[in-house]
Design a protein around this ligand. Structure first.
Ligand code: SF4
Ligand code: SF4
Length: 324
């Protein structure tokens, strides 16, 4: 029986593959994209999100904490994250719900039991999607869920960064119907600078999956000043044009909605310079990406902003220190 850490299970999702899906978010990722809107999936361990604006100052948390992680200095409530072992005692005690524990240890069987409860809604197109974080950081757990779903005849998709040696990816091939994969940029030096990982394995694995006839949906989260130049998107489209099994290429707008989550986790958030491309930019990029062998789709809402942003070595370094 395999087990692993999840952040949550999203029911009735329509953004993580075809049809209505149940998406399982595994906790932990080896990459550190500063535009990530799910920073609660960075670490492969449970942690506490703190929302100080909800605190009513009752001090019940300090009374139950065995690790002196809650301190009150007059009216100020100081949470010492470095002392916290994320036991969740204070979360249970907090009447105001000022804290949330993220990270739940689950067996593959218990996850699939939840998935099966949604099966009546899948109809012909829906199914399960394993997401994250990066699912392959818990490859055995991910495989366990996929295998059980497969036995039940449920359509399976995985949202993975594919930044792994082929020997890690290969065992998934018979278990997965659809791979959803990001290509952030083709320039490997820039990819390393922004994400803390090379894109070499990603591109190599995509070629291998394509050769094995696996269905692919490719996505690019577009951030103004990072990867919104036409030649950057065009280079990705050129690569995708060499593959046969790309069903769709999706351009996803960066959005700053995750900033509050970073603060709640005590993390530095995305650089304030990050902007969402405008609708006009997306239209232009979609035209640049158009190729004969796949559909281009622009997902989500877009607003405004335009300036060039460079990877800030201090920011990247800070993120890496905080997330490792
Ligand atoms: S238990 Fe909750 S509301 Fe009370 S002081 Fe602690 S965080 Fe604030
Ligand atoms: S989760 Fe546990 S260790 Fe962390 S602050 Fe709350 S009671 Fe203390």
């Amino acid at each position: 029986m395999s087990s692993g850490l999840i952040t949550h299970i999203q029911r009735f999702s329509v953004h993580d593959g075809p049809g209505i899906r149940t998406t399982v978010f595994l906790k932990g990722c080896q990459m550190r994209c500063p535009w990530c809107h799910n920073p609660e999936t960075y670490h492969r361990f449970p942690e506490i999100q703190v929302f100080p604006e909800r605190c009513i100052g009752c001090q019940a948390c300090a009374a139950v904490c065995q690790h002196a992680a809650h301190e009150f200095r007059g009216p100020d409530h100081v949470y010492h994250r470095e002392r916290c072992v994320a036991c969740g005692e204070c979360v249970e005690t907090c009447y105001a719900k000022s804290m949330v524990r993220v990270g739940e240890l689950r067996t593959a069987e218990s996850v699939v039991a939840e998935v099966l409860a949604d099966r009546p809604f899948y109809q012909r197109t829906g199914g399960v999607t394993i997401s994250g974080g990066e699912p392959l950081l818990q490859a055995e757990f991910a495989s366990g869920i996929l295998e059980l779903c497969r036995r039940e005849g449920i359509h399976t998709a995985i949202e993975t960064n594919l930044a792994w040696p082929w020997k890690v990816v290969e065992p998934l091939v018979p278990l997965v119907d659809l791979f959803l994969v990001d290509i952030k940029m083709m320039d490997d030096a820039a990819h390393r600078a922004w994400t803390n990982a090379s894109n070499e394995h990603i591109l190599d694995n995509l070629r291998r999956l394509d050769a094995l006839n696996k269905e692919l949906v490719i996505r690019t989260p577009v951030v103004v000043g990072v990867n919104d130049r036409p030649e950057q998107i065009g280079a990705i489209a050129d690569f995708l044009a060499t593959l046969r099994r790309v069903r769709q290429y999706e351009l996803l707008p960066y959005h700053p909605l995750g900033r509050g989550k970073y603060a709640a986790l005590g993390l530095a958030g995305p650089p304030p310079e990050f902007r969402t491309p405008t609708s006009a930019q997306f239209e232009m990029l979609a035209a640049v990406a158009a190729r004969a062998n796949f559909v281009v789709r622009v997902a989500g809402t877009v607003s405004s902003g335009s300036r060039t942003v460079q990877p800030d070595p201090e920011q990247v370094d800070l993120n890496q220190q905080q997330h490792t």
